[in-house]
Design a protein around this ligand. Structure first.
Ligand code: VGL
Ligand code: ZN
Length: 211
């Protein structure tokens, strides 16, 4: 059982990342029942939502002549160009309707700046703009985080890597994630996370086999 100093971070379980969504992650909605089994083990739960303005610079449509899943270079580095997704206030940006986490106390919305993407729940891709999540967790005495949700190789991995860098004991709950897997991105994400000391765990290791 995680201690009271641990938080569960539920990343981007939104309609657009689930089957039928604008940027559907294969099997995305399958994380929902696994997350429901994990939740009772945590006294702190944080939910994130990818939350882009119309015309966001991470959208291929903002770059004439470019296609979704191409990459480009933005001032802060390489950027994958995505289909339009998770537009602020849209149905696609809403949390999956089956996700039921009544004890979650914080929702972090990220990717709100027009010209900056934000995969991580802690810091935007400019590596300068904090979301405030680190302060929130620290002020509550949290020293360990368990990351789950969508997608393993983008927002989950970036969140876990930032958590490690900020000094949290960090686990990714593999069976509570699903991946986009673009050009080997999933294997690369697990490799980076292992190198940085992020632990790869399964939901059964945490919540027991209670359901
Ligand atoms: C994500 C791509 C673009 C994610 C968000 O939640 O992993 N991926 N925006
Ligand atoms: Zn996004």
């Amino acid at each position: 059982m995680p201690s009271s100093q641990a938080a569960l971070i539920v990343v981007d379980v939104q309609n657009d990342f689930c089957d039928g969504g604008a940027l559907a992650v294969p099997g995305g909605a399958q994380v929902v029942p696994v997350i429901h089994r994990l939740a009772p083990a945590f006294s702190h739960i944080v939910i994130t939502q990818d939350w882009h303005p119309a015309g966001h610079l991470s959208f291929a449509s903002a770059h004439p002549g470019r296609q979704p899943f191409d990459t480009t270079t933005l001032p802060y580095g390489e950027q994958v160009l995505w289909p339009e997704h998770c537009m602020q206030g849209s149905h696609g940006a809403a949390l999956h309707p089956d996700l039921h986490l009544p004890t979650a106390q914080l929702v972090i919305r990220k990717g709100c700046q027009h010209a900056v993407d934000s995969y991580s729940a802690f810091q935007e891709a400019d590596r300068q703009t904090p979301t405030g999540l680190d302060g929130y967790l620290r002020q509550r005495g949290i020293s360990a985080v368990f990351v789950c949700g969508l997608a393993t190789d983008f927002c989950v991995a970036w969140t876990a890597l930032d958590a490690r860098r900020l000094g949290y004991a960090t686990c990714v709950v593999e069976d509570a994630t699903r991946a986009i897997d673009l050009n080997g991105s999933l294997a690369m994400a697990w490799e980076n996370m292992a190198t940085q000391g992020v632990q790869r765990v399964q939901s059964g290791d945490i919540a027991g086999h209670n359901g």
